[in-house]
Design a protein around this ligand. Structure first.
Ligand SMILES: Cc1cc2nc3c(=O)[nH]c(=O)nc-3n(C[C@H](O)[C@H](O)[C@H](O)COP(=O)(O)O)c2cc1C
Length: 194
């Protein structure tokens, strides 16, 4: 079956927004990816999913590397521009610099990285495969720089860009926590590991 972009099923997913930087056939480039996830701690690895017709896909397949800068809550305009123009038609990095956005050169790979992002990851391509209607690129993180001066921008698929909101409580006090522990121990499995 299909879950359409913007449909009520897709809208229930929330993600970070990755600003994926690359260099290759289409020159230095940046694109927005809602599908940018951390998938391994050690070694640190991330996955991004990119349409095969995007300039970014050609660049990564050719260069075997990419950057992921997780956008901060003050970067909504940058997210929008990088996600609506194609690097096949425009030099987005040059246009963004003209508009006042700042980049720096990655230390371990040959791409630009976004200044002011909450996390900048320089990645070596480990594996890629067409999965459904996107290409899944898995990268090993060679360099990571976190910046906690702002929170991350959040994407509610097909709906809009948000900032982190109120923290939800998972317990309403010690009496309830005691009941949770008791309920779990009453239902201990016979083959539970020691
Ligand atoms: C908020 C947002 C999230 C997006 N997420 C993705 C994504 O995860 N994967 C993808 O292939 N395209 C995604 N896009 C679309 C690409 O960013 C867009 O097609 C872009 O123009 C591709 O650039 P390129 O051709 O320079 O690589 C997203 C766009 C926006 C605005």
């Amino acid at each position: 079956m299909e879950m359409k972009y913007g449909g009520e099923e897709s809208r229930q997913f929330v993600t970070n927004l990755g600003l994926v930087t690359s260099n290759g056939k289409w020159g230095h480039n940046i694109m927005t990816a809602e599908w940018a996830h951390h998938i391994s701690y050690d070694p640190a690895m991330v996955v991004i999913n990119v349409h095969d017709y995007d300039a970014t896909a050609d660049n990564i397949i050719g260069s075997k590397e990419f950057g992921v800068s997780l956008a901060s809550e003050s970067q909504a305009e940058l997210i929008w521009i990088a996600g609506h123009a194609s690097g096949k038609k425009s030099n987005k990095i040059a246009a963004l610099e003209e508009l006042g956005f700042r980049f720096y050169k990655a230390g371990k790979i040959g791409t630009y990285m976004v200044e002011g992002a909450v996390l900048n990851l320089e990645c070596r391509l480990v594996k890629y495969e067409k999965i459904g209607d996107h290409i899944m690129f898995i990268g090993e993180v060679l360099e990571a720089k976190a910046n906690e001066t702002e929170g991350p921008a959040i994407f509610r698929s097909g709906t809009g860009i948000y900032k982190v909101g109120e923290r939800l409580k998972h317990s309403d006090g010690s009496e309830r926590e005691k009941r949770v522990e008791e309920a779990l121990s009453r239902h201990t499995k016979a083959n539970a590991p020691a």
